[in-house]
Design a protein around this ligand. Structure first.
Ligand SMILES: NC(=O)c1ccc[n+]([C@@H]2O[C@H](COP(=O)([O-])OP(=O)(O)OC[C@H]3O[C@@H](n4cnc5c(N)ncnc54)[C@H](O)[C@@H]3O)[C@@H](O)[C@H]2O)c1
Length: 313
């Protein structure tokens, strides 16, 4: 991690939305030496941002006070965005909310500022639809992964109208702050990572809904089976390893039988109707005690920290 690499340049990043993603993104910029400003419309979330940052910095083993001294929180969008070199939006996944927000950001931010959305799924061209041309050319997608401080990947999304200069700047900036950016050359829903993940989840929920196995078995098959290989052997590498003829033969048998629904799973509909919304309600696809939730989160952080520290491939 390039601690303080940007310190001498005096660059400022504005983060709009201090929730789960926003505070993590803020942390990465602050560690890299940016002056960071964070805003949120929810006073409670905003007031918690410094302590959330401190806890996360302690977990990373980064000296807190120097990094935190570069972070300012404010309820004012104007104060946050004015004079910024880069502005990253991380508010809820609602296209109209993001559109209206970027209209305001474009009016306040300097005319040369890089503008970015952390949307998970909405084509960024759609988010920037109503902006003046000058601002649309400076808007990219920067899709970070949770937890932002620990996950190396950032997908950099090329909109239909972005200037190549700003797209390249966004890519270079992500690399310079210690992330592993990839280019998404077409602005399609879900980009690359979420398309892959939800294609996989569609089949997983379909198998449970059809009674082939229970949800716990899906997790075991992935965690104790092919998931173990995934961090060192991506799917393209794996197909090459087993050979493309075998891959094609398997696809011929399986593809006609795979789930192809264009609607979310009826299993999700049923669970949601029953109030089983996931960990925060104690039950979703699996049942969760507070202890199990804490243990799972600790295990995930430890695994990601270990990967980050040891530079594992
Ligand atoms: N949660 C994830 O795993 C994840 C991963 C990658 C990307 N994303 C994307 O990041 C974005 C934020 O997700 P999150 O999980 O951090 O959500 P979150 O709910 O934790 O945080 C969003 C914050 O935005 C604030 N907000 C709402 N309207 C605002 C406004 N007008 N101005 C300033 N702040 C405002 C809310 O008060 C809230 O604190 C979404 O687009 C989401 O799809 C989420």
């Amino acid at each position: 991690m390039p601690l303080g690499a940007f310190l001498k340049m005096g660059l400022t990043a504005g983060i709009v939305g201090a929730g789960l993603m926003g505070h993590g993104i803020a942390q990465v910029f602050a560690i890299a030496g940016f002056n960071v400003r964070i805003t949120d419309t929810d006073e409670r979330v905003l007031s918690q941002a410094p302590s959330r940052l401190a806890a996360s910095l302690a977990e990373l083993g980064v000296e807190e006070s120097t990094v935190l001294s570069r972070v300012a929180v404010s309820p004012s969008l104007e104060k946050t965005v004015d004079g910024c070199d880069v502005v990253i939006e991380a508010v809820p996944e609602i296209v109209e909310l993001k559109r209206r927000l970027f209209e305001r950001i474009a009016q306040i931010a300097p005319s040369g500022a890089l503008l970015a959305s952390n949307t998970s799924s909405i084509p960024v061209t759609e988010i920037g639809r109503d902006l003046p041309d000058d601002a649309r050319r400076r808007l990219v997608g920067l899709h970070w992964w949770n937890p932002a401080a620990l996950m190396p990947l950032v997908e950099v999304i090329r909109t239909e109208v972005v200037s190549p200069v700003y797209f390249d700047r966004a890519f270079a900036m992500m690399r310079a702050i210690g992330k592993e950016p990839v280019k998404v050359e077409r602005d399609i829903p879900g980009f690359i990572g979420n398309r892959l993940m939800h294609a996989f989840w569609r089949e997983a929920t379909s198998l449970v809904h059809a009674g082939v196995c229970d949800a716990a078995t899906i997790d075991t098959v992935v965690k104790r089976g092919f998931g173990l290989r995934l961090a060192v052997l991506g799917p393209m590498e794996n197909a090459d390893l087993v050979g493309l003829e075998l891959t094609r033969n398997i696809q011929r048998v399986i593809f006609p039988d795979l789930e192809r629904s264009t609607e979310p799973s009826p299993l999700l509909d049923r669970l949601i109707e029953e109030g089983k919304l996931g960990m925060h309600t104690g039950e979703g696809l699996r049942r969760w005690t507070p202890d199990e939730i804490a243990k799972t989160k600790r295990a995930l952080s430890a695994h990601l920290l270990d990967t980050l520290r040891n530079g594992k491939r």
